[in-house]
Design a protein around this ligand. Structure first.
Ligand SMILES: *Cc1c(COP(=O)(O)O)cnc(C)c1O
Length: 212
């Protein structure tokens, strides 16, 4: 339930000596219909939501209206950039080619896309995201663009039953963020968001824990 998740975020902030207002919960609503979203998320006054597929997001955004702040957390294909103008934050920028496609679309519409660089810090083969070694060049490239801004980094830790196993990956992402001087860190999901908060997350992306 959402209030319990917020409570656990606050407790993790207290343990880490952090201000809870520096951590935003992105409620991941993939796989849940708009009625469930109203009942499990919006009813509590929460308005920051995330989806991982463009098509699913578009349908829900239309149904739920303009008061929701939508984040895109899943892989974005270049041929879909024309569809994501209403997304407030794209967590999954992972290549120069995608950055260039967003730049062209942003110039065409006269808007700026806010993005996070997704980094595969664990090196797990099936994960999306740029390699850590590529991140500095990618960040420099985005900094040269006028219609894309880079506000931080995002990662997904390998799946595990033990939240502690995510800690080194979250720590690595934070170090990389320090090196690149980008402030935001999107890390932590239902199984490991408290560890992510302890390690400096500014966005946690929590889905299933809100719907059970
Ligand atoms: C589904 C998803 C989440 C949320 O996962 P849960 O384990 O359900 O909390 C977070 N980030 C991304 C990129 C996702 O696809």
């Amino acid at each position: 339930m959402l209030p319990e998740v917020l409570h656990r975020i606050e407790a993790a902030c207290a343990r880490a000596g952090r201000d809870p207002s520096d951590v935003a919960l992105v409620a991941i609503t993939k796989g849940h219909d708009v009625e469930e979203i109203r009942r499990r998320v919006l009813v509590y006054g929460h308005r920051i939501l995330g989806e991982n597929r463009v098509q699913e997001w578009r349908a829900k955004a239309e149904a739920l209206g303009p008061e929701v702040e939508w984040h895109l957390v899943g892989h974005l294909q270049r041929n879909k950039v024309k569809l994501v103008a209403g997304v407030v934050l794209i967590h999954s920028l992972d290549s120069e080619r995608l950055a260039d496609a967003l730049e062209a679309e942003g110039a065409r519409r006269d808007i700026v896309f806010r993005t996070l660089l997704q980094v595969n810090v664990s090196g797990e083969a099936r994960k999306y995201g740029a390699a850590p070694a590529e991140a500095p060049a990618l960040a420099r490239h985005v900094a040269s663009l006028g219609h894309v801004t880079l506000e931080g980094l995002m990662t997904m830790a390998p799946y595990s039953d033990d939240p502690e196993s995510s800690r080194p990956h979250f720590r690595a992402l934070r170090r990389l963020g320090d090196t690149l001087a980008v402030p935001g860190l999107s890390m932590g999901m239902s199984g490991d968001f408290e560890v992510a908060v302890e390690e400096g997350a500014t966005w946690v992306r929590v889905g299933s824990a809100l719907f059970r």
